[in-house]
Design a protein around this ligand. Structure first.
Ligand code: 5GP
Ligand code: ZN
Length: 114
């Protein structure tokens, strides 16, 4: 997607603080962190939101979560806890229309979220 900021990050035309990558996924630090650990985990492939995930993406979504396990260990939040959040659509405040999962931790996270 030409105008997608996360596709530009995948294509390396926008630099990020990369912390994980494989052939299908990248993860990098959020530019505007909401917690001491705030990582974005995204598929390299452009998918607008959860509503655009197809049957053939099921293994990709699973891999995002096994990547999240590795990231949680590397960021030392695997024992203390962390939250994985995916904002979808206007009511959730999705700002970037490229499916992504926020991994937040290293502080007490409130529930319910705002
Ligand atoms: P959303 O509100 O769509 O769930 O979250 C998008 C996230 O992407 C925000 O937390 C925002 O700070 C982050 N973000 C937007 N542009 C960039 C960027 O260029 N680099 C990085 N590292 N994060 C970004
Ligand atoms: Zn994209």
């Amino acid at each position: 997607m030409v105008d997608c900021i996360f596709c530009k990050i995948v294509n390396k035309s926008i630099p990020v603080n990369l912390i994980f990558e494989d052939d299908e996924i990248i993860a990098f630090r959020d530019i505007n962190p909401q917690a001491p650990v705030h990582v974005l985990i995204i598929p390299r492939k452009h998918i607008d939101s959860t509503m655009d995930i197809s049957k053939t993406d099921e293994s990709l979504i699973g891999r995002i979560h096994t990547a999240a396990q590795k990231i949680a260990i590397n960021e030392s939040v695997d024992k203390t806890g962390f939250r994985i959040v995916s904002n979808n659509g206007p009511d959730a405040g999705q700002a970037v229309a490229h499916l992504h999962f926020h991994l937040l931790g290293k502080r007490k996270l409130n529930w319910p979220p705002g």
